[in-house]
Write a protein that binds this ligand. Structure first.
Ligand code: NG6
Ligand code: CA
Length: 516
């Protein structure tokens, strides 16, 4: 790797980059390239296909993100690997489907899901001399189980390939409501130790149930535990008060950290995983964004997300490195309105369609569960264009390996395919097959066909019941033809038994042994 480590970060301007035409095998050794563009992934949380103007949003305006779409590659059939956060993030960072490690939405005190021995995208990039950082939402677990938040909290991002981390440990609606910088809780006072429990109520802090009069937003029972900043959360917490975050400060805190990282590493290749909290619940945008969308807090959080995106682009431009940076803007799963807090997302929606033309949303087996906005911005290298190539975030791993001329080891990133040309807009042909995870089932896309496996369980998880969420589970097979039926209205399973059998078989095969 000597050549790679010694390389410089300056890309030849306006060169068209494409994967070596003769080489379609991820295992093969590819000639190292001197080109090492930075990689910035701006990862929105719960942002739907239809939530930004350039993808059809009507209730909110997103000029900064739209500028990227206008000047870059706008993908229209691009997917998170799952319809929920943890497995999608797992796939992005490991190139493996979440089901290989039983990834599911994690509690705030869950152990690290990625084995420190495992190959990861940041480790791959480090091999090529990249500085690596994750800033923002983590939700992949920390430690080995019983985390003591008052000591060094590890293993975590630093043990799986990141040089620097500044985290919201799980989600905004889960305790502990503190920032974690590298191994330590920020601003923690040792005289007031922090403890966290997801098993029982600890300490004497007010909860949503005991002190509903303290709440700024009402919440469902799962979100009615410890109150912080006037908002009740999932899980119980005690002590550590000096370290509690103020939700409204997120945009400024995370942006400042990201900007610092970019400044510090502008002269070497870097990977920044800028993992946004927006637009996950609780939606508590900073005052300057409140009321800016006409859709209430959910819309205002989109405006805030758009601002944050703009700040990153501005900084890349100010440092003169925008044309040497691949910036990918996308989301970890589809949209949801009521996700536990009564913040008027439903009432103020109007004509806005968070899922765009697709059915379902977050948690769902239907398209909108994983089909999300995905924009690739790399001035001078990626031409302005719209592409319907079937693409998945799980492929960023193998595609970056290909770009950098790094060979993957046997079994490394086993579900990740080198789809570099699709991600750079050099072809409109993407994947042939794509497996998607959602709550309670898995689906397979093959071209425009979509097969959804029957739900094998007894019942929906309790917390999903009584919600207006279309999870897409049925006891029988579902088959849709998206080329005629983009909204998955007509189940063609009984009239296409052969197709069902073939896709079911293929799905099984991929789940057993991967795509390659
Ligand atoms: C669910 C929460 C939901 C959200 C989700 C994780 C309840 C009733 N719902 O369990 O509010 O936090 O987990 O979202 O507890 S995700 O985007 O991180 O996957
Ligand atoms: Ca999410």
């Amino acid at each position: 790797t000597g050549l790679l480590l010694g390389g410089c970060n300056d890309a030849p301007k306006a060169a068209k980059i494409s994967a070596p035409a003769t080489d379609t095998d991820a295992q093969a050794v590819i000639e190292p390239k001197s080109l090492k563009p930075n990689l910035v992934i701006i990862y929105a949380d719960d942002l739907g296909y239809g939530d930004i103007s350039s993808y059809g949003a009507t209730g909110v305006s997103t000029p900064n993100i739209d500028a990227l779409a206008a000047k870059g590659l706008k993908l229209t059939d691009s997917h998170a690997s799952a319809a929920t956060c943890t497995p999608s993030r797992y796939s992005l960072l490991t190139g493996e489907h979440g089901f290989r490690s039983n990834a599911a939405i994690l509690p705030g005190d869950a152990p690290l899901l990625i084995n420190p021995e495992q190959a990861t995208l940041p480790k791959l990039l480090k091999k090529a001399g990249y500085a690596t950082a994750v800033i923002g939402k983590w939700h992949l677990g920390l430690g080995y189980g019983e985390v003591d938040w008052n000591q060094a909290v590890k293993p975590g991002p630093l043990e799986i390939g990141f040089d620097y981390s500044f985290l919201l440990p799980a989600t905004g609606d889960r305790v502990p409501t503190v920032f974690l910088e590298n191994h330590h809780v920020l601003n923690l006072d040792s005289a007031d130790p922090l403890s966290v429990s997801y098993k029982e109520n600890i300490g004497n802090l007010p909860t949503g149930l005991s002190h509903p009069e303290m709440l700024r937003v009402n919440a469902d029972p799962q979100h009615s535990n410890t109150i912080v900043n006037g908002v009740s959360r999932i899980g119980s917490m005690d002590g550590g008060e000096s370290a509690y975050w103020v939700d409204e400060d997120f945009p400024d805190v995370f942006t400042a950290k990201a900007v610092d990282f970019i400044r510090q590493h502008k002269d070497q290749p870097f990977f920044l995983f800028h993992s946004m909290h927006d637009i996950h619940v609780p939606r508590l945008p900073h005052k300057r964004f409140q009321g800016k969308s006409g859709m209430g807090p959910r819309g205002d959080a989109i405006v805030q997300l758009d601002w944050m995106t703009g700040q990153i682009v501005k900084e890349l431009e100010a440092q003169g490195i925008a044309d040497n940076t691949i910036l990918i803007f996308t989301s970890d799963n589809g949209p949801v309105l009521d996700d536990g807090y009564y913040d008027k997302a439903v009432e103020m929606l109007g004509e806005h369609k968070p899922s765009g033309p697709f059915r379902g949303g977050k948690y769902s087996a239907y398209e909108a569960g994983t089909r999300v906005p995905a924009i690739v911005y790399w001035p001078g290298h990626v031409q302005p264009k719209e592409s319907a190539a079937l693409t998945s975030q799980i492929d960023i791993y193998a595609s970056m390996a290909k770009l950098l001329g790094l060979a993957l080891a046997e079994g490394e990133a086993m579900d990740s395919l080198p789809q570099l040309d699709a991600w750079l807009g050099n072809t409109d042909t993407g994947r042939e097959f794509l497996v998607k995870e959602s709550v309670g089932t898995v689906s397979l896309r093959q071209g425009n066909w979509k097969y959804i496996r029957p739900f094998l369980g007894e019942d929906l998880p309790a917390w999903l019941k009584n919600k207006e969420i279309e999870v897409g589970l049925q006891k029988s097979e579902q088959l849709y033809n998206l080329s005629m039926d983009i909204a998955e209205q007509e189940n063609l399973a009984t009239s296409n038994i052969d197709k069902v059998v073939a896709m079911k078989h293929k799905l099984h095969q991929i789940m057993e042994s991967g795509y390659r």
